[in-house]
Design a binder for this molecule. Structure first.
Ligand code: F6P
Length: 466
């Protein structure tokens, strides 16, 4: 066996840095994934390949805060066809079981292939001999096989941040075979839930004749490991933020600004149709109607951060949501006391931590979600062991945070019951469940996730011996 390089190349659709415009300096993006992977990448002297977030921007490799970054340029038309089209109007709805919305456009597929080839080429050039490449997410499912063809000496891992659908749904995809074979170029395929891994293994058997045994797949004589690696948050960093005096003061100030209500409920989501915001607000409206909740004693804050605003389904959802919020507020608010505080904005992590601390009940009710890190962020921030989490059973987080009040977000009566239960829950019970969830989030944090994935990847067959 030849000696292998320690170096790690990360390939993801986006770079871990952002800037609002070319005149502003880059700054590290917030979020657990970036804070977990950047130290690993720095320790292994690797590089991060990704798109800088602006159309038609050709950038030379650069460094920010010690990170080595290699930008991949996307043209305006590739953003429309590869990113907004195939990734977010074909794969995104299909992988979240929203079958009616998925658009199958051959031009978008061509662009997806082309852009995946560009990322694979950049990775093939960046990886040292015998190095490791970790590819991320549904935007780059063809990269593993393309990279393997160019660089059979590197170890390749791929991680799916979103769900992988059941075969009945996946099989509608006209390019189902190409995508499965693209993924089979990896040595290790990681998914959020065991069900996602099982769905992929079934697709691999059906589309590529792969023979599977437990978590191992055999593709043309090459072993591939397929498993669940549930992602998490940087719990220590979050709790440090949540204990900060500034955050504690801000949390108290938020409650004062709300008029010192007895109960604050909170929803925090990207404005996305998979997040179940409409169903949640319908349930809440019925609770207002029947008088279970009433402003100003009880208030709901709904943060809906802007996302993928050029994709039609997202524009339609925003209209629907804002009509619904307007109707609910029109029916149930009084002067100075809205029933719902609706915020179509993104907030810095400090403000989010303060909101989590100010909220008695956190509503995380997606219709389908790979993991949902908001649920884990809330738990990590609640060092006071107060606060109650209502969590969709269709979020990956439900596998880890079993003590939450679990709901089926399609069942409006069930959601109302869960919210009532959260409002009535004795604080002793709440503390016990919060303690158990915190213990999980602190043990299996994002660093544990990255180490588990990379550890498993190093245990796969050495490409030189395959
Ligand atoms: O959950 C999948 C994901 O791609 C995340 O990695 C990302 O934070 C989020 O969706 C939003 O994605 P984007 O704005 O890059 O389309």
């Amino acid at each position: 066996m030849k000696s292998r390089s320690e170096a790690l190349v990360i390939v993801a659709n986006r770079l871990p840095v952002e800037r609002p415009d070319a005149a502003t300096p880059w700054k590290k993006s917030s979020g657990g994934l970036v804070s977990a992977l950047v130290p690993v990448q720095q320790a292994k002297a690797g590089t991060w390949i990704g798109w800088g977030g602006t159309a038609d921007e050709e950038l030379a490799p650069f460094r920010v805060e010690g990170m080595s970054l290699q930008p991949v340029a996307l043209s305006r038309s590739e953003i429309e066809r590869y990113y907004e089209g195939f990734a977010n109007a074909t794969l995104w709805p299909l992988y979240h079981d929203v079958t009616g919305e998925a658009i199958f456009d051959r031009g978008w597929w061509e662009s997806y292939v082309l852009v995946n080839r560009r990322f694979a080429k950049a990775a093939a050039q960046a990886a040292p001999r015998g190095g490791t490449v970790w590819v991320h997410d549904y935007q780059l499912q063809l990269v593993p096989a393309m990279l393997r063809k160019a660089r059979p000496d590197v170890r390749i891992g791929w991680f799916d941040h979103i769900p992988f659908p059941g075969y009945e749904i996946y099989s509608r995809l006209p390019w189902r075979e190409q995508i499965v074979k693209g993924l089979l170029g990896a040595d290790l395929l990681g998914f959020q839930r065991r069900d996602d891994a099982a769905n992929f293994l079934r697709a691999a058997r059906r589309c590529a004749g792969v023979v599977t045994r437990g978590s191992m797949a055999d593709y043309r004589g090459r072993p591939i490991r397929v498993g669940a690696f549930p992602i998490s948050v940087d719990a220590k960093e979050l709790v440090r933020l949540a204990r900060d005096c500034g955050t504690l003061d801000r949390a108290a100030q938020i409650r004062t600004e709300l008029g010192d209500p007895e109960v604050v409920l909170l929803g925090v989501d990207r404005l996305d149709y998979t997040k179940g915001i409409i169903n949640r607000l319908r349930a809440y409206a019925e609770l207002l109607e029947e008088g279970t909740v009433a402003p100003p004693r009880t208030v709901l804050i709904q943060v809906a951060s802007p996302s993928r605003e050029r994709v039609r389904e997202y524009q339609l959802l925003r209209d629907e949501l804002e009509t619904l919020v307007g109707r609910i507020n029109g029916d149930y608010s009084s002067v100075g006391h809205p029933a719902i505080h609706y915020l179509h904005q993104s907030f810095p992590k400090e403000e989010m931590a303060a909101m989590y601390l100010a909220a008695d009940v956190m509503l995380v009710t997606p219709l389908k979600d790979g993991m949902n890190l908001v649920a884990k962020e809330y738990v990590a921030c609640r060092h006071d062991e107060a606060g109650t989490l209502v969590l969709s059973e269709f979020a990956g987080a439900a596998d880890d945070l079993k003590q939450a009040i679990l709901v089926n977000p399609w069942d409006i009566d069930g959601m109302k019951t869960a919210i009532r239960q959260a409002l009535d829950q004795p604080s002793k019970v709440g503390r016990r469940t919060m303690r158990a969830m915190r213990s999980h989030v602190f043990t299996e944090d994002v660093h544990h996730w990255a180490a588990a994935f990379l550890g498993a990847l190093q245990l796969t067959t050495d490409p030189d011996d395959a």
